[in-house]
Write a protein that binds this ligand. Structure first.
Ligand SMILES: NC(=O)c1ccc[n+]([C@@H]2O[C@H](COP(=O)([O-])OP(=O)(O)OC[C@H]3O[C@@H](n4cnc5c(N)ncnc54)[C@H](O)[C@@H]3O)[C@@H](O)[C@H]2O)c1
Length: 257
């Protein structure tokens, strides 16, 4: 109930899936939450859900790959609640949903890297001064098992931009952890396996694909957004005070094979 009491958190991608589950869990653990998303309507839904349960939240709209929007999202959080202690960079796209169907392959590549990797950099960069003012903070980036191991399903000739975007997030996490340790800002990432969210729905709706994906996870099923949110909660909380630069798998054993 109180693992984040008194903390102010910004969650990007908070309109759906892992971001929404994290925003809701953080609020239920006492944090004031800024729920940011490309879709204002989805961010608003998350805030409504939090407020219905008695939590504190504001909705912010913006594209994480746009530097001025990243600044606006961070400022909105800090202005609403008086500072910033935690950031969850959950906004993310795959080659499947980055752009409208039929988009040029190179443009899809750029968009995936822009949102997943550059977006994580931009929002984190905007958050740093606020965290320094607060005497420290915690940044949790959403990477993926695909940032650690290859995934055998490419775009066109096998150049799926998603795994390299997430590998970049893992390495960005490690570098930020070292660079900002002196500011008492901890930076960690989560590497989930396949999780049941909007991002994977087009795959999991097909029974044969679903079965194939389930069979790749030793626990024999896909993950739930809440199961990833609990890991984000740990990393954002003071319980993880000595944890920085970690890439924590939440993957049903996928990368243990
Ligand atoms: N679902 C999985 O299987 C899985 C596995 C590993 C990692 N991840 C990562 O976890 C994160 C969350 O994924 P999810 O499954 O909850 O996805 P999701 O599609 O359910 O939610 C992502 C949210 O991000 C928002 N978003 C997309 N682009 C944005 C942008 N440019 N600016 C701001 N918001 C934007 C979307 O509107 C959406 O609400 C992503 O970074 C994803 O890559 C997901």
């Amino acid at each position: 109930m109180n693992r984040l009491r008194g903390k102010i958190a910004l969650v990007t991608g908070a309109g759906s899936g892992i971001g929404r589950a994290s925003a809701a869990l953080f609020a239920s653990e006492g944090a004031s939450v800024a729920a940011a998303d490309l879709s204002e309507a989805l961010a608003r839904e998350t805030v409504d859900e939090i407020e219905r349960r008695g939590g504190k939240a504001v909705a912010v709209a913006g594209d994480v790959s746009d530097a001025s929007a990243a600044d606006r999202m961070v400022s909105a959080a800090a202005d609403a609640f008086g500072g910033l202690n935690a950031l969850v960079n959950s906004a993310g796209v795959t080659a499947r949903n980055a752009l409208a169907p039929g988009a040029d392959e190179e443009e899809v590549w750029d968009r995936v890297i822009d949102v997943n990797l550059k977006g994580t950099y931009l929002v984190s960069r905007s958050a740093l001064p606020h965290m320094r003012r607060a005497g420290g903070g915690s940044i949790v980036n959403l990477a993926s098992t695909m940032g650690i191991v290859g995934y055998p399903a490419g775009l066109g000739g096998g150049f799926n931009p998603y795994p390299p975007s997430k590998g970049g997030v893992v390495q960005l996490t490690r570098n930020m952890a070292i660079d900002f340790a002196r500011d008492a800002i901890r930076v960690n990432c989560l590497c989930p396996g396949f999780v049941e969210t909007g991002l994977t729905k087009s795959l999991t709706d097909d029974p044969a694909t679903r079965e194939m994906l389930e069979s790749r996870h030793p626990l024999g099923r896909l993950g739930l957004p809440e199961e990833v949110a609990y890991a984000a909660l740990y990393l954002a909380s003071d319980e993880a005070a000595y944890v920085t630069g970690a890439a924590l798998t939440v993957d049903g054993g996928y990368t243990a094979q």
